[in-house]
Design a protein. Structure first.
Length: 256
C-alpha cells in the first residue's frame, strides 16, 4: 500500500487534495505546525519545515511527497522549506516528490515567482524522482487581488491590462492526486482554467459579488511586470483543462 505525505495539508489546496486521496486506499499523512487528531484516514504529524523538526519521523516509510506548503508573503521561505524537505527526503529512501508550481514564473518578474523557479530547480537537481505541475491562479486569487486593489485611495479601481485564466482548486487537487498515484513524470503539462478573461472583468465580477459597484478600469502598468501581465503570461491557452468555470465559481459563492 502506498504511503503519501502531503505538506500544507491544512491549506486550501492541501485539504482538497486529501479529500481526493482518501478514496484511493493509500495511507495518508499530512504535516501541521500544531498537534491535530488523526481523522478520516489522515495521520497528522507535527513538523517544522524551516528547522526540520519532526520531519524524519514524518517521512519514515513514505513513498510519495506532495509538496503544497507555501509562504508567498515571506521572501525566501519557500526556498528554505523546500530545501529542508528535499534534504530529508534524500535521507528517506528517495520518495517520489510531487511539486505544485505556477504558470508564468519564467516570464513574470515577481519575487515569489523567482522563489518558485528556484524550488523547481532544486527538485530537478536533487536526484529524487520528481513530478512538477504548473497551474494558473486559483479562483480565490481574484479575491486577494481585489483586497489589494480596493485599498488604493482612488474613486476607481485600477487593474493591470492583461488576462488571467482562473482555475478551480478542486480541479488542481484532482490532477495532483492522479500524479501522486502515478510514476515520476518530470515537468508535466500545465493546467489552466477553462476560460481566459481580462483582469478587469474578473475583478469587476468579484466586486459585484461583494455588493460593490465601484468602477473598475484596465490600465497599462509600467515596467517589466506590467509588460509580462499584458503579454498574457498568467495564462496557458493550450492547456485549458479545468472543469469549473469562473461564472460557476462566482455563482457558487463559495467561501474564500
Amino acid at each position: 500500500m502506498t504511503t503519501i505525505l502531503v505538506t500544507g495539508g491544512t491549506g486550501l489546496l492541501g485539504r482538497s487534495l486529501l479529500d481526493r486521496l482518501k478514496p484511493t486506499g493509500a495511507r495518508l499523512r499530512a504535516l501541521s505546525r500544531q498537534d491535530r487528531p488523526d481523522a478520516d484516514g489522515v495521520t497528522w504529524r507535527v513538523c517544522d519545515l524551516h528547522s526540520g523538526a519532526g520531519l524524519a519521523e514524518a517521512l519514515d516509510g513514505v513513498d510519495v511527497i506532495v509538496h503544497c506548503a507555501s509562504e508567498p508573503e515571506v521572501p525566501g521561505a519557500d526556498v528554505e522549506t523546500t530545501r529542508t524537505l528535499i534534504d530529508a527526503a534524500v535521507e528517506a529512501a528517495t520518495p517520489h516528490f510531487v511539486y505544485i508550481s505556477i504558470v508564468g514564473i519564467d516570464d513574470i518578474p515577481y519575487r515569489y515567482y523567482k522563489d518558485k523557479r528556484c524550488c523547481e530547480r532544486m527538485i530537478r537537481e536533487s536526484g529524487l524522482p520528481w513530478t512538477t505541475l504548473r497551474t494558473t491562479q486559483f479562483h480565490q486569487f481574484v479575491a486577494s487581488l481585489v483586497d489589494r486593489v480596493a485599498k488604493l485611495p482612488t474613486p476607481i479601481m485600477l487593474v493591470p491590462k492583461g488576462t488571467c485564466q482562473p482555475v478551480d482548486v478542486d480541479d488542481v487537487a484532482s490532477r495532483l492526486a492522479e500524479l501522486a498515484q502515478g510514476s515520476p513524470a518530470g515537468r508535466v503539462d500545465d493546467l489552466g482554467g477553462p476560460q481566459i478573461f481580462s483582469l478587469a472583468r474578473v475583478v469587476r465580477d468579484e466586486m459585484r459579488r461583494r455588493g460593490s459597484h465601484r468602477p473598475v478600469v484596465s490600465t497599462w502598468f509600467p515596467g517589466k511586470m506590467g509588460a509580462a501581465i499584458a503579454a498574457g503570461h498568467f495564462t496557458t491557452p493550450a492547456h485549458a483543462g479545468g472543469t469549473v468555470t469562473w461564472g460557476q465559481y462566482v455563482g457558487d459563492n463559495r467561501a474564500l
